[in-house]
Ligand binder design. Structure first.
Ligand code: OFO
Length: 169
């Protein structure tokens, strides 16, 4: 059986993962409309990943005898000033998710729920990877600044950056 308080926190995490998925879809669409097809593909893939993270949690909650809820979602932000702004927002979203993952891990220890604590370690590792990817990409964009050629190459090479940062996963 799952502890009620933990079930509630996991359902909140389900919503955050689902929101991240929708947010990245909106970011993908913004990038596509601006002609950044590499960035569009990158965020489309991120959106798919976040959806998987949401479903993984839902399956876990239900398997543990809890009840995973499909939440209502707000409309994601879909307007950005620049690629730099887009990736800054990406990093901020990931930081919000990381904070919530950490809170769940903390709560699990408080109530001695070592099963959920163990399950959540996958999310802890995932967030380290995603925050580091977002930071790396933002650093590159800061170097590029407004240089159009640089932005063109960033868009062309973003998949390679992603593979390098995540070790090809
Ligand atoms: Fe779900 O991995 Fe980031 O948010």
């Amino acid at each position: 059986m799952i502890i009620k308080e933990i079930e509630k926190a996991l359902n909140a995490q389900i919503k955050l993962e689902g929101m991240a998925s929708l947010q990245y879809l909106a970011m993908s669409s913004w990038a596509e409309a601006k002609g950044y097809s590499g960035v569009a593909k990158f965020f489309y893939n991120q959106a798919e990943e976040e959806r998987e993270h949401m479903v993984k949690l839902m399956v876990f909650v239900n398997e543990r005898g809890g009840r995973a809820e499909v939440p209502a979602f707000e409309k994601p932000k879909d307007d950005f000033d620049s690629l730099n702004h887009l990736f800054q927002f990406f990093l901020e979203k990931e930081q919000v998710v990381t904070n919530h993952v950490n809170e769940i891990v903390f709560n699990c220890l408080q109530v001695k729920d070592y099963t959920v604590h163990n399950f959540m370690q996958w999310y802890v590792a995932e967030q380290i990877e995603e925050e580091s990817l977002a930071t790396d990409l933002l650093d590159k964009l800061k170097i590029i600044g407004d240089d159009k050629g640089g932005l063109y190459m960033f868009d062309r090479d973003i998949e390679t950056f992603q593979a390098e940062s995540t070790g090809g996963e």
